[in-house]
Ligand binder design. Sequence first.
Ligand code: C5P
Length: 219
Amino acid sequence: GGKKPLAGRTAIVTSGPTHEPIDPVRYIANRSSGRQGHAIAAALARLGAKVTLVSGPVTLPDPSGVTVVEVERADDMLQAVLAALPADIAVMVAAVADWRVATPNAEKIKKQPGEGPPPLMLTENPDILKTVGHHAKRPKVVVGFAAETQDVESNGRVKLQKKGADLIVANDVSPETGIMGGTRNSVKLITAAGIEEWPELSKEEVAGRLADWIAEKLT
Ligand code: C5P
């Protein structure tokens, strides 16, 4: 112990879900506890990196030694990430909602007798990983996650290209795996060089190994 291979390095990590408002009391969200993202922020900090953790709403404590920026919507998450550039490392772990309600209602939407449910017009959210992966101030190491329920490998490869990432950490989040919201993770690392499969590990162990991988990549 005691080695700080990421001393002097800066990192941005996104974690948790985003909440996209429908009206002041309702929102669209993803199933994400933030456990994996928070563990990665902590692991990078332990290796000496100066970490900004941009987190959606979670019930987890702030990891120690990390600067936490709390956001709700994808748009706010993107702004917080861009504000934290330049950085050496970006690890985008947040389960960002793909869509938001185009025009959230200023007041709580009321049930209208006889009218049925209100239609929701959705619009696409910004892709934060893709924006960072193609940014003029692109960090030296850009890592994304791919939560898939099928074709984990081929979808991960496509994502690596599209997002401009150096590494996609792909996992199978089919309900029967218990990964989403759970404490363990079973991941495949997809890079331009190929694919590497890790055994089932705790999310903390995945975070530790990933931080080591990133440190290696930067030396
Ligand atoms: O395209 P997909 O959502 O499967 O990609 C997942 C990866 O992209 C994750 O690293 C996630 O944090 C990131 N992402 C993002 N902004 C979005 C959608 C996904 O940063 N709007």
